[in-house]
Write a protein of this length. Structure first.
Length: 115
């Protein structure tokens, strides 16, 4: 069984920062892609950022220059550093892991940015 445990969400004022973490554990091996998605109320889930095992990264245009994704392969953990947060970043953020053993999702962590 595979578990993705997310942490780091919360309430922050506009312009502030948060750091999300997602640790994968269990019967998971050969992790290729790790990423973060988000779903705001009334919207579809969208990709925020992703990082490959070779540390190539991809970002949504809306977060480029403000968010940074990174990973620790030894710990099977992915991070999302979010700076200069805006009210429109308010959403539930989900961790996603793609490996040879399957694709997995975290339970979601709420990020709320007040104006």
């Amino acid at each position: 069984q595979v578990q993705l445990v997310e942490s780091g969400g919360g309430l922050v004022q506009a312009g502030g920062s948060l750091r999300l973490s997602c640790a994968a554990s269990g019967s998971i091996f050969s992790i290729n892609l790790m990423g973060w998605y988000r779903r705001a109320p009334g919207n579809q889930r969208e990709l925020v950022a992703a990082i490959t095992s070779g540390r190539n990264t991809n970002y949504a245009d809306s977060v480029k220059g403000r968010f940074t994704i990174s990973r620790d392969n030894a710990k099977n953990t992915v991070y999302l550093q979010m700076n200069s947060l805006k009210p429109e970043d308010t959403a539930v953020y989900y961790c996603n892991v793609v490996s040879y053993s399957g694709t997995y999702w975290g339970q979601g962590t709420q990020v709320t940015v007040s104006s």
